[in-house]
Design a protein around this ligand. Structure first.
Ligand SMILES: [Zn+2]
Ligand SMILES: [Zn+2]
Length: 133
């Protein structure tokens, strides 16, 4: 198990049992939506509310410990912060996978043809995962 106590502290977050559980859940599952996170948390903290989880999640996002992945037409998932990457989402089972892609050429092309100053590119591919094909 990772020592998330120190990592949380490095992000100026107190390592509460709830935050450690969120960190471990994201670590072992990769990407988790709020409902699945709530279900997992309930097993350990049987009186925890969804509002408390959201409060922790938002604070952990603010402090860059975790990040939100916005997926079109479905709920966001959360993951531990790592270097910039794109995502593949399965239309059938909802599985989310990371892929590291260099988007600089695409961003440059988009910027040239629109005169937009691009700060960030989020790319989400959808389709069927290996298991669902
Ligand atoms: Zn699938
Ligand atoms: Zn990811």
């Amino acid at each position: 198990m990772n020592n998330f106590t120190d990592i949380l502290r490095a992000h100026h977050l107190k390592a509460t049992p709830q935050r450690l559980e969120i960190a471990n859940t994201l670590y072992s599952h990769g990407h988790v939506n709020i409902e699945d996170l709530y279900e997992t948390m309930l097993k350990k903290f049987n009186s925890i509310s969804l509002a408390t989880i959201y409060k922790n999640i938002n604070l952990m996002i603010e402090n860059a410990f975790i990040q939100e992945v916005k997926i079109p037409n479905t709920k966001s998932v959360y993951e531990l912060t790592k270097e910039a990457h794109s995502h593949l989402v399965c239309d059938n089972c909802g599985h989310v996978e990371d892929i590291s892609l260099d988007l600089s050429a695409v961003s440059a092309l988009a910027s040239h043809s629109t005169e937009f100053e691009i700060n960030k590119a989020d790319l989400v591919f959808s389709g069927l995962c290996k298991k669902c094909q």
